[in-house]
Write a protein that binds this ligand. Structure first.
Ligand SMILES: O=C(O)CCC(=O)C(=O)O
Length: 284
């Protein structure tokens, strides 16, 4: 059910998105949808949707409570490939309506990630998603679905508003900052810490953000609990997707392990290639 009035005014959503590089749409998922995704997270981790790298054996499931299971991992990558429920969330009608308003009629998805972020777990340093997933038309859009209320304390997203505007991918480097996981950090960009904004949201709210937007998250500093989020990535279907770094099997110029969520696929003749497999990312 759509709460009254949200996204009634698509043009103001698009205006905010274009100017700031992100927009929050409140209450896009119902409590029931959120609860379903949380239960699914546990089911995947326990291997109940099929064994994937990192998932627990039957014996490990018996010997570990849910907290201990979640404690082992930071995220599940590509859960939509083994979970019908996550695939449905990837195609969520409310999400897709906003995406087509932002991107145009033809939209494809290429990635999903379920973040657990139990209390005490690290965040991710400043980065731009197009550094990892380079489109040809700068249309990459992250869709960050809050499965818990996300606060400064438990490690919500932080963004640098407008940092997508120059259309520049800033340099990255490895870091040893213990607040963050081991993903590379962007540096040497013309924005300071004073420009950063926390994006505190309620569960069921959705953050749409541009692939060039600098963003990060801080550790979960709450004394207990989680800061879970389902993060999906989309782009215009007209753009090729040369997302093949170190993985030639993905194709040199156009990653084809995609899910069309709206409109038509101009490259349908190429077919779909099953080249990314789901896995659990351990907390190391
Ligand atoms: O949710 C987080 O902690 C980080 C997510 C993020 O930065 C991303 O998906 O690009």
């Amino acid at each position: 059910m759509r709460p009254p009035g949200y996204w009634a005014d698509m043009s103001s959503i698009r205006q905010d998105y274009d100017r700031d590089g992100y927009v929050v749409v409140s209450g896009l998922l119902t409590n029931r949808e959120v609860a379903g995704l949380i239960a699914e997270t546990l089911a995947i981790s326990r291997g109940e949707r099929g064994a994937i790298p990192g998932s627990l054996t039957a014996e490990e499931v018996q010997n570990n409570d849910d907290g201990e299971i979640f404690n082992r991992f930071i995220a599940i990558h590509f859960p939509h490939k083994i979970s019908t429920l996550v695939l449905q969330a990837l195609k969520h009608p409310g999400v897709v309506e906003i995406l087509t308003g932002l991107l145009g009629p033809n939209v494809k998805a290429m990635q999903s990630m379920l973040f657990f972020k139990q209390a005490g777990k690290p965040g991710q340093a400043w980065h731009q998603d197009e550094f990892y997933i380079p489109t040809r038309d700068r249309s990459l859009t992250g869709v960050w679905i809050a499965l818990d209320d996300a606060t400064i304390e438990n490690g919500c997203l932080w963004i640098l508003p407008g940092s997508h505007t120059p259309g520049v991918i800033y340099p990255t480097r490895q870091h040893d900052d213990k607040r963050f996981d081991r993903a590379r950090e962007a540096y040497d960009f013309p924005f300071g810490a004073e420009d950063a904004l926390p994006v505190e949201v309620k569960k069921g709210d959705v953050v749409f953000f541009n692939g060039y937007l600098l963003h990060r998250s801080l550790p979960n500093n709450a004394s207990s609990g989680y800061r879970r989020a389902l993060v999906n990535h989309y782009m215009r279907a007209e753009s090729l997707l040369p997302w093949n770094i170190g993985k030639p099997e993905r194709g040199r110029t156009d990653y084809r392990d995609i899910v069309m969520v709206a409109g038509v696929d101009p490259y349908r003749y190429k077919g779909i290639k099953n080249c990314s497999l789901p896995y659990l990312r351990p907390d190391i």
